[in-house]
Design a binder for this molecule. Structure first.
Ligand SMILES: NC(=O)c1ccc[n+]([C@@H]2O[C@H](COP(=O)([O-])OP(=O)(O)OC[C@H]3O[C@@H](n4cnc5c(N)ncnc54)[C@H](OP(=O)(O)O)[C@@H]3O)[C@@H](O)[C@H]2O)c1
Length: 261
C-alpha cells in the first residue's frame, strides 16, 4: 500500500510516518528540502509539487495544517487543492480534525469543520478522526502563558489533552483499514482544568509562580467551560499529561515541546 502523509514533518505526522514504516510504502509531502527517500517537495498553498506527490498513492493521511489562526480558511483552500490535484484518482483520504468543531466558537475551528466537509464531499472514499488537543500543543501554550511574573490561565476552562503517539496509532489503523466515514473521536484519559494543568507544568518545570485565572467572555469562554472541546464518545487514550510531562524533562531538568517557534 502506498501512503502519502501530508504534514509528515509535523508533530503528529512525524510519529505517524514512524508508525507506518514497514507496514506501507510511505511518502511525505513537505515544503522543505527532501530529508531522505520518500520525501516529495510540494506546497499545498501554491499547488507546486502536488501532482507528483499524489501520483499512484492508495491512501492520503492529510495531517498538514497552516495553523494560521488569523487566516484560518487557508486549511480549507489547501484541502480543496489537495483533492483537486487528484484528477480521476480515488485514494482513501484520511483527515485529522479537532473535537468540538461543530460547536465552533472561533474561526479556526469553523474552518476546520469546513475542511472536514471538503473531505466528505470530495467523492473519494474518506475517513475523519477528531482528536482533542495534543499534550505537546497544550505544553507549548502553558509555557507561553507562564513566561511573565505570574502564570495566566482561562478561568473555568476544561481540557482533555491526548498523547500524540496514541493519535498517530489510531491514524495508522485508519490508514491501513477501510474508509470509515466519521469515526469515533479520540481524547485523553482525564478531563482537567487549565489551572490544574498549569500547576502540573509549573511543578514539573520547578517554577514557583502564582497562577492567575482570567475570565473568557462570551461564547468562547462558555464553550471551554461547558466542555465543547471534550470527547462526546468515550474513547480515551491512556497517557496522562503528568506522564507526558515527565517524559519531556531532560537530564538538566529542562522541559521542551516539539513545536518550532
Ligand atoms: N495540535 C493539536 O493539538 C491537534 C489536535 C487535534 C487535531 N489536530 C490536527 O492535526 C493535524 C496536525 O497537527 P500538528 O499539530 O501535528 O501540526 P504541525 O506540527 O503544526 O505540522 C504542520 C505540518 O503541516 C505542513 N504544512 C504546513 N503548511 C503546508 C503547506 N503549505 N504545504 C504543505 N505542507 C504544509 C508542515 O510541513 P512543512 O513545514 O515540512 O512543509 C508540517 O508538517 C492538523 O490538521 C491539526 O489541525 C491538531
Amino acid at each position: 500500500m502506498r501512503v502519502l502523509v501530508t504534514g509528515g514533518t509535523g508533530v503528529l505526522g512525524r510519529v505517524l510516518v514512524q508508525q507506518l514504516d514497514g507496514l506501507s510504502e510511505v511518502r511525505v509531502l513537505s515544503r522543505r528540502a527532501p530529508q531522505g527517500a520518500g520525501f516529495v517537495r510540494g506546497d499545498l498553498e501554491t499547488g507546486e509539487g502536488l501532482a507528483d506527490a499524489v501520483d499512484g498513492v492508495d491512501v492520503i493521511a492529510h495531517c498538514a495544517s497552516a495553523a494560521d489562526y488569523w487566516r484560518p480558511r487557508r486549511d480549507v483552500a489547501q484541502t480543496r487543492r489537495l483533492v483537486g490535484a487528484l484528477g480521476d484518482a480515488r485514494p482513501h483520504l484520511v483527515y485529522v480534525s479537532i473535537v468540538g468543531v461543530d460547536q465552533a466558537s472561533f474561526g479556526f475551528l469553523r474552518a476546520k469543520l469546513e475542511a472536514e466537509r471538503v473531505v466528505e464531499e470530495s467523492g473519494l472514499p474518506w475517513t475523519v478522526l477528531r482528536a482533542t488537543e495534543f499534550h505537546d500543543l497544550l505544553l507549548m501554550y502553558l509555557m507561553r502563558l507562564a513566561k511573565g511574573l505570574v502564570a495566566v490561565v482561562l478561568r473555568g476552562s476544561l481540557l482533555q489533552p491526548v498523547d500524540v503517539g496514541e493519535v498517530a496509532a489510531r491514524m495508522a489503523t485508519l490508514v491501513l483499514g477501510p474508509p470509515g466515514g466519521r469515526v469515533r473521536e479520540l481524547g485523553g484519559p482525564r478531563v482537567e482544568s487549565m489551572e490544574d494543568l498549569m500547576r502540573a507544568y509549573l511543578a514539573a518545570a520547578r517554577q514557583r509562580r502564582r497562577v492567575v485565572t482570567i475570565p473568557v467572555p462570551g461564547r468562547l469562554g462558555a464553550g471551554f467551560g461547558i466542555g465543547d472541546h471534550l470527547l462526546t464518545d468515550d474513547d480515551r487514550g491512556t497517557v496522562t499529561f503528568d506522564e507526558y510531562l515527565r517524559s519531556r524533562v531532560d537530564a538538566d531538568g529542562l522541559i521542551s515541546h516539539p513545536y518550532t517557534p
